[in-house]
Every structure is written in C-alpha cells, then in structure tokens.
Design a protein around this ligand. Structure first.
Ligand SMILES: [Cu+2]
Length: 258
C-alpha cells in the first residue's frame, strides 16, 4: 500500500543527477548480485533507458536471525538483513520495470531459449524481483548446503511447491499465463521472499545497484511503462520511443517526508 506521504515524482528527463543525494548505501551482501537483469529483447528497434531513484533517507532493513542456518549466516558479514529496500547513492535496486501498454496489437514475440536463473544463496533469493516471458524456463538453484522449499503463490497461474534439500540442485518451471508480481517464498525460511512477473513480451528489465534499466528492441511508439517495487509500490510513466532511437526515463520513489 502506497502512503500519501510517499514522494511521487517522475519525469522524462535527462539523467545526470543523484550522485550525492542524501541516502546511504546498504552493505554489499544486501545488494543484488545481478546487475540490471532483463529479458533478451529483439535486436534493433528503439530503446528505453532509465534510472530509478530514491529520495530521502532509506528505511533500515530488518535484521534476520539466521542462527539456525550457520552456513547461510556466515555469508552475511555484519549480520543478515532482509534487503527489502536497497539504495546506493540515491539509486534504487530491485525494481521491475516493464512495458504495460502501447505495443502493437496481435504481435507475438519469441520466447528466449535461455532460462531466467533464481538463486538461493545465503538463504536469500537472487534476483529479488524479476521477469520472464510466458513459457520461458525459470531455473531455480540452491547454492546453500541447506534445505530450501520454494513455493510460488500465483493467482492466475498454477503454483508450485518444490523441495531442494541439497546444495547444487536445480529445478525448472514455467508459467503459462500473463501475471505480474507472483510471490515466491520459502516454506523453511519465513524471511525469504521474491517476485516474478510473467509477460507476453520481452520488454522488461530489473534495476541493479545503480538503479538503471534498459529495455531494447522496441518498435517506435508511445508506451506506458510501470515500475514495481516490493515495498514502495508502483510508478507509471509515458515514454515515446523514436524509430531506432532512445527514450530516457527517470522514475523516483521516496521515503516519508518526516
Ligand atoms: Cu529457504
């Protein structure tokens, strides 16, 4: 639920601000390992490049008691925290950005042959907020020497519940229907949460630590894009992509003004 006090500011604008915005960096183990992971978009066409910023002081992420899983705990120098809001130099990670409307009607796009990898490492999910196309493989991987049980809780798709008792296990799953924001969670470790969005097209990306994203291969046109963050809600923006050119998008989330 978005609070009224949240700063809402988005604009089509040149990027270049923000290096010295007033926010603190999280510890490295709270940041996503994958920078700006996105879909394999068609070559050519136009591009949307953007940055997602966070204004104000980021909330302190909650500490996680991993004492019952020492092999995970030791991967978190200084203590494990749930990386709900990851801000580095005023830029917000783990935001899923996708084209919500404006694509030509009736067009279909090839499903990427490469799988989207969801790792369980240090008893946390990586990536935290990602997308796939309908039918694209999701490879769920256990990098921890502990039992994880991954559970998908969709509303439109068929869910799954998979036990991965040992390190190095991989399991593949797909989703058959478009659905944004399917919760993923671990039945063993209540703090483990991630989100996957299933789309009919490849025009999506997730922000890395630098808050940037790139969505390529777009036909010229005017699109509504949506940016989703697990705790901070959504922002939308209308972007016009020229033929073969680049549109720049700046989106901003923020802390309460107090
Ligand atoms: Cu787990």
């Amino acid at each position: 639920m978005m609070r009224a006090a949240l700063c809402i500011a988005f604009a089509l604008a040149a990027i270049g601000c923000g290096k010295d915005e007033g926010s603190s960096a999280d510890t490295p183990d709270q940041a996503p390992a994958q920078e700006g992971a996105g879909a394999v978009a068609p070559a050519g066409g136009g591009t949307i490049t953007g940055t997602v910023s966070f204004t104000g002081t980021p909330p302190v992420n909650p500490a996680i008691d991993m004492s019952e899983e020492p092999s995970c705990q030791q991967k978190h120098t200084g203590g494990a925290r749930d990386p709900q809001v990851v801000v580095t130099d005023g830029k917000l990670a783990n935001v899923f950005v996708f084209v919500k409307s404006g694509l030509p009607a009736g067009r279909t796009y090839p499903v990427p042959s490469s799988a989207a990898v969801l790792d369980q490492n240090g008893c946390l999910y990586d990536p935290r907020n990602f997308g796939v196309m309908i039918g694209q493989q999701i490879e769920i991987k256990n990098s921890d020497p502990v039992l994880h049980n991954i559970k998908a809780v969709p509303t439109k798709n068929r869910g799954f519940n998979i036990s991965q008792p040992s390190q190095g296990m991989t399991t593949r799953r797909t989703f058959a229907t478009e659905e944004v924001g399917i919760p993923l969670q671990c039945s063993v470790h209540g703090w483990m949460h991630a989100s996957v969005s299933v789309l009919t097209h490849p025009f999506f990306a997730s922000t890395g630590r630098d808050g940037s994203f790139t969505i390529g291969g777009l036909p010229a046109g005017t699109y509504e894009i949506e940016a989703r963050h697990e705790k901070l809600g959504t922002r939308t923006l209308t972007v016009t992509v020229p033929e073969g050119g680049t549109a720049t998008a700046a989106l901003t989330f923020g802390a309460a003004a107090s």
